[in-house]
Design a protein around this ligand. Sequence first.
Ligand code: COA
Ligand code: ADP
Length: 586
Amino acid sequence: MEGGVSPPELQEEPELILENGEPYRNPTEVKMSQIVLPCHANHCGELSAGQLLKWMDSTACLSAERHAGCSCITASVDDIHFEHTIGVGQVVNIKAKVNRAFTSSMEVGIVVSCEDLYSNRQWKVCHAFATFVARRTEAGKVQLKQIIPRTQEEQMEYSIAAERRRMRLIHAEIINDLLSSSSANTVSECMQFEDSFPAERTRVESVELVLPPHTNHQVSTFGGQIMAWMENVATISASRLCNAHPTLRSIDMFHFRGPSHIGDRLVLKAIVNNTFKKSMEVGVCAEAYQGGEPLRHINSAFMTFEVLDQDKKPRTLPRLRPEPVDGKRRFQEAIARKKVRLDRKYIISCKQSEVPLSVPWDPSNQMYLSYNNVSALKMLAARNHWVLTSEKNKVSLYTLEENHVLCFKVETHVSVAAEQVFQLLSDLRRRHEWDPHYKGCEVINHADEDDTIYRVVTPSISKGGKVQDFILLASRRRPCDSGDPYWIALRSVTLPGYLPTDDYNRGEVLCAGFSIKEEDFSLTKLCYYNQATPGVLPYISTDIAGLSSSFYSAFASCSAFLEENKDSLAPVPSAAPREPHWETDL
Ligand code: COA
Ligand code: ADP
């Protein structure tokens, strides 16, 4: 089975037929098809990324407005990774739909594919998630109507949209923290290379006057137009470094800090911040002014370019000699951003089953691992076709087999308020009170309020064998909206100070956890999920997540534990001393 975080693919979902016999079509879906003409292309005959960004933004904006029923503006566009270039004569197909509406903002999912009319082939170029905000009215902030997901894919996107939103709203803060902690050693090392390329030669400054064709019907500059202008100066800057045509590979998150209108002068500034072996980071800043007004910061973006040789392989780039002060700072920060980008690509764009369990936890990937953990569980939960395998004492066991992976779901109801269930189950140190497989459990890293890393010890899976240990990241989430469940997601991670030892068999958990949904004031639907590869199945009875042939009794104990403790909320776990005291737990 694919786990949660794979991007939307080109394959269509099986058609959903409505009661009236009509095939279902998402009411917010908007499609755009464009044939790439020479006027859209650069001198190499490839569609300019700026033009593509404009088309993507317009399609997404129309989808957002279709849902909102009013004018909307682009607030942000998440990181985009371009997988292919598109040539003149080919057709670009763009599909956008609203995944979820929050209060006044919406997440719009955009998929771009390229079609070759002569060979009838289609391939994916990129996908993106943009946030649009319904324009405030005189009455204040708009309250959007909710999206009701109908298909499995819509359900997944709806559920994970809340995760992506969380990530984008803390993104700037996390990146700033990382940048401020990055060290300055490499700059001085680089200054020693005589053949390094002076950064000032890549500096570009360009001005644009915002005219009516650049704006929407509300006279605000289109977000896509600003992105296109930014991409244009970034491309010039990158070309100056390599004296060749650079190819845009990825763009970090765009955030539109403030609006721009007809008559604004937009000043766009770009410079190469750093070069890596085969790629470079170009930073761009967009500011606006009218008349004698001070400059308004509209947007800043970081773009990664490659330079391809005749075989379409990335060329080695010269080292960069940064300018003093700001240049050195940006040089250093570009290194930190590269690490973040790699983590992000590795963790987020991989299918869940392809993310190696050995991903080390560190501050730069904390946000992505937490996202991956919860999203994978949400995707598992949103799967259709769970088969009821057995039922006893109102505890139901479901299974799901997809692509050689077997998944389990145990469902029950408890007469305890959802918030209390969440609090009690969030603290894995209390799990031994109802789950006989949790022989020992300690907190080894309390990363933040939502993410805690535990070391858990379980009995041996074979008689006389070694006991097992697990390093588990537990990520928890409260509901984003009233209809949402609480989530507690579990997955294995590695921590440098906690490598496997000879005394324990190191076990691994791919995706497991709970969803906790309030049915009414004191009745809660509790679901436990676990995804296991066939190799693990024989051992499932001792699996860390406690799913075993005796799951009825485990869940009966769980219910009893919740009932008994419902009035004593579990404290939020705090970091334990570095050395574990297993005797007390075992
Ligand atoms: N990414 C995604 N959504 C964001 C965001 C970001 N970086 N920053 C704010 N938002 C969302 C908020 O979560 C909120 O959503 P909600 O109502 O569903 O909870 C919504 O934007 C409004 O937030 P609010 O706090 O009321 O306003 P704000 O002062 O943060 O302003 C914008 C947010 C987007 C309206 C404002 O920054 C803006 O006008 N930007 C320019 C937009 C524009 O003109 N774009 C076109 C190109 S210039
Ligand atoms: P920061 O300086 O922290 O990177 P800014 O928002 O000021 O953030 O700028 C974003 C990027 O735009 C910079 O990293 C740099 O690459 C580019 N940039 C900013 N100012 C200039 C400038 N005066 N000339 C050329 N490029 C600039």
